[in-house]
Design a protein around this ligand. Structure first.
Ligand SMILES: Nc1ncnc2c1ncn2[C@@H]1O[C@H](COP(=O)(O)OP(=O)(O)OP(=O)(O)O)[C@@H](O)[C@H]1O
Ligand SMILES: [Mg+2]
Length: 256
C-alpha cells in the first residue's frame, strides 16, 4: 500500500458505525479513513485490506487503499470532543480508502451485470462477509462502477485468536448463507458455483501471501499462539488457503 500523511480532518461520515471520517492528505488526495482507535480495533483494518485486495484480484471494484499516518497535530483544533478522542486514539498508521465523491448507495434501482454480482457474492462467501445485505448493502455506484466497500466484518475468525489458536479447518468448514445477500438474485447461486474454479484459480498461494503481506506489520496483533507478525501472517494464509481448497461447505449453489 502507498503511504500518505493526513493534513486535515474534514468531517465524520456519521452513517458509519465505526465513525469513519473524511481526511485530506499530503498527496492532495481525500480519503475515507478507518481509524485504528475506533471500537472495532485493528483487526477490521486488516480485514479491509485483505478482502479488498482479494476482491480486486478477482475483478471486484474496490476503492484504492492507502496507509495513512495521523500526526498529533491533526486533533488539536477539532471542536467535537468525540472526534478529538477518536483522533487522539488513532495517531500513527490508519487505513485510507480513496473517497469517491458523488457515489450513491446501492438500492437495487440499478443492477450490475450478472458476472459482477457473482464475483461479489463469491468474494463474500469465501471471506465469510455477512455485511452485504439489503439492510446494509455496502455497495456504491460511482459513475458506471459498482464499488464494494466495508469489509471489516469479514474474516471474523480472527477475533477469536486472543482466546483460542487459529483453526484453518474451522474456517474452511464455516457455512455461508447467501440468501440474505443483496446481490443473491442478480447473481444466481447456481451461477456463482459455476464461477468457482475460474475465480479460485486467480487466488494463487502467491496472491494470498501478497495480500496478507500488504497489511502493515503494526496492525497485526500477536497472541500467545501467534508470538510475532510472521506467525499472524501465516495464520491468515493458512485459513484462507484451507477455505479456498474446500468450497463444499461455503460455496453458494454447491451440491451438499
Ligand atoms: N470510498 C468511499 N467513497 C465515498 N463514500 C464512502 C466511501 N467509503 C464509505 N463511504 C460512505 O461512508 C459510509 C460508511 O462507510 P463504511 O460502511 O465503510 O463504514 P462502517 O463504519 O463500517 O459502516 P457500517 O458499520 O455502518 O456499515 C458508507 O455507507 C458510504 O456512504
Ligand atoms: Mg457500512
Amino acid at each position: 500500500m502507498e503511504k500518505v500523511r493526513a493534513t486535515r480532518y474534514v468531517l465524520p461520515l456519521r452513517e458509519g458505525g465505526s465513525m469513519p471520517g473524511l481526511v485530506e492528505a499530503d498527496d492532495d488526495g481525500m480519503y475515507v479513513v478507518k481509524f485504528r482507535g475506533a471500537g472495532q480495533g485493528l483487526k477490521v483494518l486488516v480485514a479491509e485490506v485483505v478482502v479488498g485486495l482479494l476482491g480486486r484480484t478477482i475483478g471486484v471494484d474496490v476503492p484504492d487503499l492507502v496507509e495513512i499516518e495521523l500526526p498529533p497535530a491533526i486533533a488539536r483544533y477539532e471542536a467535537d470532543e468525540e472526534v478529538q478522542d477518536l483522533l487522539d486514539a488513532s495517531l500513527g498508521s490508519n487505513l485510507g480508502l480513496d473517497f469517491l465523491p458523488g457515489a450513491f448507495g446501492y438500492d437495487g434501482s440499478r443492477v450490475p451485470d450478472a458476472a459482477t454480482a457473482q464475483a461479489i457474492v463469491w468474494l463474500d462467501a469465501f471471506t465469510a462477509n455477512v455485511d452485504r445485505t439489503w439492510h446494509n448493502p455496502n455497495l456504491l455506484w460511482w459513475h458506471d462502477r459498482l464499488v464494494a466497500i466495508d469489509h471489516g466484518a469479514a474474516l471474523y475468525f480472527h477475533h477469536s485468536w486472543p482466546s483460542r489458536a487459529p483453526s484453518p479447518e474451522r474456517f474452511a468448514a464455516q457455512r455461508f448463507d447467501a440468501s440474505t445477500h443483496v446481490l443473491a438474485d442478480v447473481a444466481g447461486t447456481t451461477a456463482v458455483a459455476a464461477r468457482h474454479e475460474e475465480l479460485a484459480a486467480l487466488l494463487t498461494p502467491e496472491v494470498i501471501r501478497g495480500v496478507v503481506e500488504a497489511a502493515p506489520e503494526e496492525w497485526l496483533e500477536t497472541t500467545a499462539d501467534l508470538p510475532d507478525a510472521d506467525a499472524v501472517r501465516e495464520a491468515y494464509v493458512a485459513c484462507l488457503g484451507a477455505r479456498l481448497a474446500a468450497p463444499a461447505a461455503w460455496l453458494p449453489g454447491a451440491d451438499r
